[in-house]
Design a protein around this ligand. Structure first.
Ligand code: SIN
Length: 535
């Protein structure tokens, strides 16, 4: 239990949260608490493969080119000012991580090896352990935060924001012994990641249930771009969940995509929304449930991608001989809690960074390997803003959309559209949390699987009004259920909350843009060149 008020409470323990905690507790000696629902190293960060995009090499690369690639992938919805911050500050943050002990791959001369991925015009991705970059980043940050005085609370699940006099003052949280307590803090930073578990087929671990975004939606904090769910084009098509990822860097290295007749059908180095769409169309045409990644031409596969080679062999695939069956899988939540350039949400005292936020750097589709980068840039920026005494949002970055907006515009959705249906959570202490209790005769696990199936079938890579209507009904049915008291129950409710916003925004966006494709509105429509914001 945490009795005294903290300067900063960090929710989540991935790259954004731990970069912030290290900066706050180490550099600035703030009183910091880190609350995480699993164990400290268990964040989605550890699953990231490809790497960190940052301009660390010299000519011909430049931050201007990185900016241009990011804007192009984002399909018109990036905030250029936020992207400028990302690409300019990224290299320094990577160097700080190296100084903290992160070991990135180097060539024989000791220089950082740079890989290329889809949407990047040049090789600029630093990586670790071949394609185990997230694991190395997480390892280095966990070690660094443990060297500070930050108080770490594992198996503590944040339930709701505490809002007093128009300011966030902490959260209520469910602790491992089943009791619920208030954790009070002058500032709360949400870094709880995305909601890939909304889908039955995903690269995300079971913990990715959109908890922070859901809390924000319930509290009426601005959330935007939530319809843009990025599907990774090369998840290995096996029954395992989460789906094993075959990093984008394989295509950057020369691997090819072929349909089930062996024909190539897309430029492999296009941004991943383009590639996932092309795969889905080709699979539909051929009645197949996968395409193939052909990496047989890569001579140094085992040396360059040792962990992937090992995983493939464990399922009987030899990348030097076999084409690898792949299909798109839900991978990244491009939208989230709207933030300004310094990480402030629309609620004073509440900050957000990483996949849980919508800083404006991803727009309608995130550029490969910009995710770890966003966490390590914007997490510490929030800490610097707190240190500078900033107390609320400014009209910068994605927040520009929210402050001063006309509430009657069709792209502004009152949170009550979703929130009005919520059953308010009881914060009473519970002595015996049930692991998977039956709700109306159906177990929480079954409810979750049903929700995932409904979203996969009706709000996936390809969408239309009818299918989105089916998805909305499925989510509403879940939201109408009474909420149980276990972590599993709260996770399902959070998934349904984010799912409802995703479906609502997807239905309102009657165009195709970036990661959002409507079969019934196939063109990109300049009338939708704006964010859809829940407030
Ligand atoms: C990958 O290695 O393909 C995933 C990296 C990312 O999501 O940017």
């Amino acid at each position: 239990m945490i009795d005294d008020e903290l300067d900063l409470l960090v929710l989540g323990s991935g790259v954004a949260g731990l970069s912030a905690a290290v900066r706050a507790a180490g550099t600035h000696q703030m009183r910091v608490g880190v609350l995480t629902k699993g164990e400290l190293p268990q964040a989605t960060t550890r699953w990231a493969q490809g790497g960190v995009a940052a301009v660390l090499g010299g000519d011909p690369d430049s931050t201007d080119l990185h900016l241009a690639d990011t804007l192009a992938a984002g399909a018109g919805l990036c905030d250029a000012e936020a992207v400028r911050v990302l690409v300019d500050e990224g290299p320094a943050r990577v160097n700080e991580l190296i100084a903290l002990g992160a070991m990135f791959d180097r060539d024989g001369a000791g220089e950082l090896e740079l890989a290329r991925e889809g949407g990047h015009t040049l090789p600029r991705i630093v990586h670790a352990g071949g394609s185990a970059t997230g694991a190395e980043v997480e390892r280095a940050l966990v070690a660094a935060v443990q060297r500070t005085a930050a108080a770490i609370h594992e198996h503590a699940f944040a339930l709701e924001l505490i809002v007093e006099a128009g300011r966030c003052r902490g959260v209520t949280a469910l602790f491992a012994d089943g009791t619920v307590h208030s954790v009070r803090a002058a500032n709360v930073l949400v870094t709880t990641g995305g909601a890939g578990q909304l889908y039955a087929v995903t690269t995300n671990p079971v913990e990715a249930t959109g908890d922070g975004i859901a809390m924000a939606l319930r509290a009426g904090v601005a959330v935007a771009d939530i319809e843009f769910v990025q599907f990774h084009p090369t998840a290995l098509s096996v029954e395992t969940m989460p789906r094993p990822l075959l990093t984008e860097a394989l295509r950057g290295h020369g691997a090819l995509l072929r349909d089930t007749t062996g024909e190539r059908f897309v430029d492999e180095l296009q941004p991943r929304d383009v590639v996932s769409r092309a795969e889905t169309w080709r699979m539909q045409e051929l009645g197949a449930d996968h395409v193939f990644l052909d990496a047989t031409g890569l001579e140094d596969f085992d040396q360059r991608f040792p962990n992937i080679a090992r995983d493939l062999r464990s399922v009987g695939l030899d990348p030097s001989k076999d084409w690898l069956p792949v299909a798109p899988a839900a991978h990244y939540t491009c939208g989230g809690i709207v933030t300004d350039l310094r990480g402030s949400s629309s609620l004073p005292g509440l900050w957000a960074a990483g996949e849980a936020c919508c800083s404006g750097v991803h727009g309608a589709n995130r550029l490969a390997s910009n995710s770890l980068l966003e966490g390590m840039v914007f997490g510490p920026r929030a800490v610097e803003a707190i240190e500078d005494g900033v107390s609320g949002p400014s009209a910068t970055g994605a927040m520009r959309t929210v402050l001063g907006m006309d509430p009657d515009r069709p792209d502004v959705v009152p949170s009550g559209v979703i929130g009005g249906r919520f059953v308010r959570l009881s914060t009473r202490s519970t002595e015996q949390p049930s692991a998977d209790p039956p709700v109306d005769g159906v177990s929480t696990g079954e409810v979750r699987r049903g929700l995932q199936r409904a979203l996969t079938d009706n709000a996936g890579v390809l969408r239309d009004a009818d299918r989105l209507g089916v998805a909305a009904k499925a989510v509403d049915d879940v939201l109408a259920l009474p909420v149980g008291s276990s972590v599993a129950d709260h996770e399902v409710r959070n998934l349904a909350t984010v799912g409802r916003a995703t479906v609502e925004a997807a239905a309102r966006r009657r165009e195709s843009r970036g990661a959002h494709t409507r079969d019934d509105f196939p063109e990109t429509d300049p009338a939708f060149l704006h964010r859809i914001v829940f407030v």
